[in-house]
Structures are given as C-alpha cells and as structure tokens.
Design a binder for this molecule. Structure first.
Ligand SMILES: *Cc1c(COP(=O)(O)O)cnc(C)c1O
Length: 459
C-alpha cells in the first residue's frame, strides 16, 4: 500500500488530472453489506483499480480548480503514524495534545497573537468561521445565551462581510441561529476588496434602525479572484465600533509565511479571530483547518461544559485541562496536528513560504501569457494565485463553460468556473507546490485549441 501511494505521487505527472468514472465502476460500489471476510489483497486491488484512478486529482500539478492543496508524501506518512496511534485528541493527558499545542504556539507566533490566544484544529475553514461566529455571539450576548438561546435576547444582531466572501460565512450565520438575513454583503471596490466607506455607512444605518452590529468578517484571499480586504482599515472600523473582527483567511492567511507577501496582510495581527486551512496553501493533506481566537477565556467559556464522565484531575490521565473539547463542538477528534507538525518541521517555514510565493509568481506568469495571446482575455486583477480569464468569442458564457468541461475531461488541466462582474470566467487557482510553468502553458494551449474547435462548429 505504501509503495503504491509513493509510486502514485512519483508518477502523477504521467496520469490524467481527472477522468470520468465509468458507470460500471460506480455500479460496483452498490453492493450489499459484506457479511464474510475478504482478502486484504483483493480489497486493495479494488482500491487501486476502481478508486485511485478516479479521484479529483488535486495532487496533480495540472489541477487548478476551486482551492485545493496538493499534499506531500511527508504529510501522508505522518497520517499513517497518526492512524497507527489511533489517538483521540478530545482530551486527557497525552503528548499528541502537546503536539497540537505546539502548532497553536507556532500559529500565535506567525500571526503575532498573545500567549493567551486559543486555537483548535477543525475540519476546515467552514467550521472555523462558524466557531468564530459562536464566540463573537457569546461576547455580545454573554454566556447566558448558551442556556437561553439567541431568541431570548431582545438584541437584533447584524454582521458584515464582502460581497466576494465565501458562502460559508452566510452558512455560519444560519447555523449559529442568527440567520442569513443578518449578514450584510458589502459591495466591493474595483480591486474586489470590501468597500470601507460603504461598510461604515451600513453599520451606521443598522445602529440607527436598532440593530446591534456584532461581527465583521474580512477576507484574506477571496475565493473568486484572490483579493485581500484592507485588513488594517477593517481593524480600525471594528475597533472604533467595538465589533468583533474576524478574518476568513482560508487559504490566504498562510501568505504570512512568505516575507514578500506578509506585508499585504497587515492588520491581520489585530483580528479577534482568524480561520484558515493548512490543507490549502500549507500543503498538509486533508483535512486540517484551524481557528485562532485572541480571547482564549471567552473561547473556552463558549464551549466548556461540565460532564461527570469528562471530569478533570491534576494527576493521571484526566489531567491537562483545559482540553481541546472545551474549545469547539467536537469531542472525539483525530490527530490532524501531527501531519501539520511534520510538514512545518520537515520543510520549515522558509520553504513553505517560498512555495506560496511561487504559486503567486506562476499566476503573474499566466497573466502575462494571457495578455500576449489575442484569443484570451483577463477578467479580474491577479492579486495572489488566482487567474480569471476567458476565450474571446460570441456567446462567451456558453463557450467558456463548455471549454472548462472539455479541459477537465481532457485530463490535461483542471480549472473551474466562476462569475466575475456578471461574466463567466475560467478560473485557475494555483495552490499545488507541484504546479510549474509547463502546466500553465498546457492549460492555455488547450483552452485556445478547444475554444477554436468549439466556435468553428456551426450550431
Ligand atoms: C476554501 C475556502 C473556505 C472554506 O474552507 P473549507 O476548508 O473548505 O471548509 C472558506 N473561505 C475561503 C476564502 C476559501 O477559499
């Protein structure tokens, strides 16, 4: 198994990025609950034949869809160690939790947060954003809200984020019981950053209408185009208005690892909370999201609960309180910290930062190439590692949507789609450390060739 996966990574460049799942392969996964044992080698062979070839391919250098990390063999081996230990990091006195605390300490250092800041590994930024909303809710409504619920308060809460923010911010409002309607989507300026003057006006209008503004979510690396909100300006607004300042830095926050990119995140060190993923730009295998909260006590007060079966002690296995389960909704938790710890230790932050900066340099290379190709046009500023472009033609939305599907089915490159200023865009997010100029060249070459074929055929 180990050999197979090392071979998979080593020879990934000779594979298609992605290929459609044959119907008979899909059908094989509708068998009845197995009663009798099967040979390990037979089950493994099924995996090799029917699962491995039909993954989404984000380890492949030609994968540029959505925002997916590439992973590394070191992360993979660390996962094996974690699975071997079968550690449960909900609590109790154990070194695996010290590993997680070590990573938390590094995260504090990276974002210049105080030692009293708390943090937690979670599935991903969707969960990390939700946890931040819960803690911010506790700050404005008090810990009493945990008993009485939001409805018992006569405050009408309102929150603010950019129109370009990820949909999971709205989902967090929904899941926290505050409701999506309480979230104001502030329009963006021409650089796709939240417009600060409009934000100020929206807060004032809400206060005037009797709302209690409680949460501002800035974005560091927007999902559509990779824009970074003016975090220092947002920090000023939040400080002046006494509103919780959260940052969705799902992939962008780790730009802090690159000395050349870090200055663009100025203001991040003033946030009340940051959500980000090690599984995107950090190249840690899925999943490894993280939430960092400046006020560790408030974070604890939002989740900690007495339970007889979780009683703490000063000695024995029940020592080491507070436990990770006191900082989030999960009790049983895997050892996500180990693959992250290995990745940071083995590669070091310098190398990880260079990798991040390199994906941005590749995006600039891609932009320059597109500007030199008359068949293509750029649709949004290239701020970080995301390039939105399209093939120029009549009925461009339909043709470009067809180009993206054909690109994915070609196995050569896999961008995804988005809409920029009402126009359908081919979106290439360069996240994988394996991606190189030749993959960019192949994507552009194939886009033009498919575009020309698709526009040549009469409809
Ligand atoms: C990926 C992403 C998310 C969601 O993170 P998950 O880890 O997929 O839950 C949120 N915000 C932004 C900006 C993202 O890029």
């Amino acid at each position: 198994m180990l050999d197979d996966m090392l071979d998979y990574t080593e020879h990934i460049r000779s594979r298609p990025v992605w290929q459609p799942i044959p119907p008979e392969v899909r059908a094989n996964f509708q068998e009845a609950l197995p009663q009798h044992p099967a040979d390990l080698s037979a089950v493994h062979a099924t995996f090799m034949r029917e699962v491995l070839p039909y993954a989404v391919g984000n380890a492949h250098p030609g994968f540029m869809g959505w925002v997916h990390g590439g992973g590394t063999p070191i992360g993979m081996l660390a996962e094996m160690l974690a699975a071997g230990l079968n550690a449960n990091l909900g609590g109790r006195d154990q070194m695996p939790i010290e590993v997680e605390r070590q990573v938390l300490q590094w995260v504090r250092e990276l974002f210049q947060f105080p030692d009293t800041a708390s943090g937690l590994f979670v599935t991903g930024t969707s969960m990390a954003n939700l946890i931040a909303v819960w803690v911010a809710r506790t700050r404005v409504l008090g810990t009493e809200v945990r008993k009485t619920g939001i409805a018992a308060s006569n405050l009408r809460l309102s929150a603010y984020t950019s129109a370009g923010a990820h949909g999971c911010i709205a989902q967090a409002m929904d899941l926290a019981g505050i409701g999506i309607d309480a979230l104001r989507l502030i329009p963006m300026n021409s650089s796709f950053e939240m417009d600060i003057a409009t934000l100020r006006r929206a807060i004032a209008a809400d206060r005037h209408a009797g709302y209690t503004p409680f949460f501002i979510a800035g974005t560091a690396g927007s999902v559509d185009v990779g824009a970074i909100d003016d975090l220092a300006a947002l920090a000023n607004v939040a400080e002046h208005e006494k509103i919780w300042f959260h940052i969705d830095g799902a992939y962008g926050a780790l730009a802090m690892l690159s000395p050349e990119l870090a200055p663009r995140l100025q203001g991040i060190e003033r946030a009340d909370s940051i959500a980000f993923d090690f599984h995107k730009w950090g190249q840690v295998p899925y999943d490894a999201g993280f939430v960092l909260v400046r006020d560790g006590e408030l974070h604890h007060a939002t989740f900690a609960a007495p339970a007889a079966y979780l009683k703490r002690d000063t000695h024995g296995m029940a020592a080491g309180s507070p436990w990770p389960c006191d900082f989030g909704p999960d009790l049983s938790r895997g050892f996500r910290a180990l693959k992250t710890w290995f990745t940071i230790k083995v590669y070091g932050t310098e190398k990880l930062g260079e990798t991040i900066a390199n994906t941005c340099a590749l995006a600039q290379y891609m932009k320059q190439r597109i500007e030199m190709l008359p068949q293509l046009e750029i649709l949004a500023p290239v701020s970080l590692n995301i390039v939105c472009f399209r093939f120029r033609c009549a009925d461009a939305d339909t043709i470009n949507a067809a180009i993206v599907v054909a690109l994915q089915e070609s196995g050569i490159a896999a961008p995804s789609l988005t809409t920029v200023n009402g126009q359908l865009a081919i979106r290439a997010a360069i996240v994988n450390h394996r991606t190189a100029r030749e993959n960019i060249d192949a994507l552009l070459h194939e886009t033009i060739s498919l575009g020309e074929t698709l526009t040549r055929v009469p409809k």
